[in-house]
Design a protein around this ligand. Sequence first.
Ligand code: PGA
Length: 251
Amino acid sequence: MVRRPLFVANWKMNKTMAETKEFLNTFNTYNLPASSDVAICAPFIDLPVLADQAKVAVGAEDVYPADKGAFTGEISAEMLKECAVRYVIIGHSERRQLLGESDAFVAEKYHYCTKNGLVPILCVGESLEQREAGEAEAWCKAQLDAVFTGAETLPEEVIVAYEPIWAIGTGKTATSADAQQMIGALRAHLAGLIGDEQAASARLLYGGSAKASNIRELMAQPDIDGGLIGGASLAPDSFLALINEGSADID
Ligand code: PGA
């Protein structure tokens, strides 16, 4: 099964519109490797700028699972699609932890994306305590169960990002062997939930302090298909370096 590598920037709560334009002024001058897909997920306010000027796919960092109504501060799929949004990050650990998003709410958002032609990037990952207690794999599998058990329809592309919470923004990357072990286990588990073929074509990303210096080794693992990139995506040159390194061994 050939899966195209996918490198997704997760800008989080960084970059004003002016900073987004500045990023694109440089990033748009780069020749990106044709073998890989690239997307930028950005704050809502930056999406119209990306829609107008970005040469890569546009993504949002969240969506609310309703078409319209009394949901102060929230945003719908239709609103996002008007900004050329294709991908939406769903269930990032920062939203689960800081904003109390439950597995059930994450599942609702996931399926809302699917029904509305957006491609959800589902994030799963364990805390350091869970890893040390030997519970990491069971925890991440349960996060998949919460979304995929009994799912009637799947998105055009199934994308899951494994992001160990202890590796996010900390400079501590999971070793490529640990990341492969988890991501391989998640792909096998996905097969039981969505079928062998869908699991084999799903793109499974690693996230958590991924950067140009470690992405190549991560990408050499059989089940790792790309990265969800925070800090290293904020400057055009470091994001380019990561994409180039991550694509270096792809034909
Ligand atoms: P990081 O963030 O690359 O800065 O660790 C990744 C993420 O949270 O998606």
